[in-house]
Design a protein around this ligand. Structure first.
Ligand SMILES: [Zn+2]
Length: 369
């Protein structure tokens, strides 16, 4: 409860758990002695007697979690405390001709430098990978435009290397969905959260009452490969007219490129598009609006299938802000039943690394709860 609520009192724990006050006091004392939990500033509790009680929260020191986020063009390593704050992180570019063995050596090298700082107080290591990743067998199926990861058992190799350290792997979009549920779903008491990760790739993560839905192999949520046009172009997955082909930021930049000469002589970047959108550049507005319409169509399909009560837009496209989300909502509203629409709370994801955050939660949930 302290982890989930971030700050709560002993009496709230007693009420919520049904344990008697003396048991709660004893267990909390053990957590305080182990420096997992610490007392916080006085928290005002507006009960009938107007009393104040002491808050409890996860301790900032000394325990640490390490997270490795593997991407196509780089990997990141971050060190977090139990409150989820990133204390230190590095990003190492991955050379396009690197082999998996090569990248593994560099990951180990980076991890070793972090372990020098926190080995005594390490809870565990989380590692996230781009999909499709088979979470049950912890094997990478394919990472496009990357070395032959499917022939390299990364997780097994890491476990062999760090024998006494717990290592937990997760698909990156699902890790982000877990972070979103903890930061936004918990407070809104969401039963079905749909996290839409929209950027260079289009994916989603589904969280049912706090549990991230994996599917039988671990590939559930691939909204980017749901079709929005039966007669559309052929996608590498075998389907026609996949949502990702129309809405990825790569497609957006490609489509804008034709008009871009009027705005800038430099090669187009996503950040520039965001600035141009906020400055209401007409051709950018038109193109981004088209993307919103397609994303809405993809979401309508998912909404009809999953009946979510919370939809959170994240990754690159969240930088377009509220007006972009509003645009998507307008299109969705026209295409679904009013009662279903009314039940959905739409939000933007926070501008933090949700994948790192989700991996942190995954380690905590497996090692401490
Ligand atoms: Zn596809």
């Amino acid at each position: 409860m302290i982890y989930e609520r971030r700050l709560c009192s002993r009496s709230e724990i007693a009420q919520g758990s049904g344990l008697d006050a003396s048991t709660v006091t004893r267990v909390v004392q053990q957590l305080v002695d182990d420096r997992i939990v610490e007392e916080s500033i006085l928290q005002k509790v507006e009960n009938q007697r107007g009393r104040r009680s002491i808050g409890l929260k996860m301790a900032a020191d000394p325990h640490r979690v390490l997270v490795v986020r593997l991407q196509r063009l780089n990997f990141k390593v971050a060190m977090l405390d139990l409150t989820g704050s990133i204390l230190k992180s590095i990003e190492i570019p991955v050379n396009s001709v690197s082999t998996a063995e090569n990248i593994f050596d560099r990951i180990v090298e980076s991890l070793n430098s972090f372990l020098g700082l926190c080995k005594e107080n390490l809870v565990g290591i989380g590692i996230t990978l781009p999909g499709p990743f088979l979470e049950d067998s912890e094997r990478i199926v394919l990472i496009t435009e990357s070395p032959d990861w499917h022939q390299f058992d990364l997780i097994k190799r890491l476990r062999e290397h760090y024998k006494n350290i717990p290592i937990h792997s997760k698909h990156d979009a699902k890790a982000a969905a877990l972070a979103v549920w903890i930061s936004q779903g918990l407070d809104s008491e969401s039963k079905v959260t749909l996290y839409l990760s929209a950027g260079q790739g289009i994916g989603s993560g589904l969280v049912f009452s706090g549990n991230v839905f994996k599917g039988s192999l671990g590939t559930a949520g691939e909204i980017g490969h749901t079709s929005v046009d039966l007669n559309g172009p052929l996608c590498r997955c075998g389907n026609n007219g996949c949502l990702e082909l129309y809405t990825s930021s790569l497609a957006l930049l490609r489509n804008l490129g034709k008009d871009w000469q009027n705005i800038s002589s430099q090669p187009i970047s996503f950040e520039e598009v965001v600035v141009a959108y906020k400055n209401r550049n007409p051709s950018v507005l038109k193109e981004v609006s088209r993307v919103a319409q397609y994303l809405a169509q993809g979401l309508v399909n998912s909404i009809n299938l999953m009946n979510p009560d919370l939809i959170v837009l994240g990754d690159e496209y969240s930088k377009f802000g509220d007006s972009f989300l509003e645009n998507i909502k307008i299109h969705i509203q026209k295409k679904i039943l009013p009662s279903v629409f009314k039940n959905i709370n739409f939000q933007l994801a926070p501008q933090t690394d949700l994948v790192i955050g989700g991996s942190f939660h995954h380690v905590i949930q497996n090692e401490m709860l």
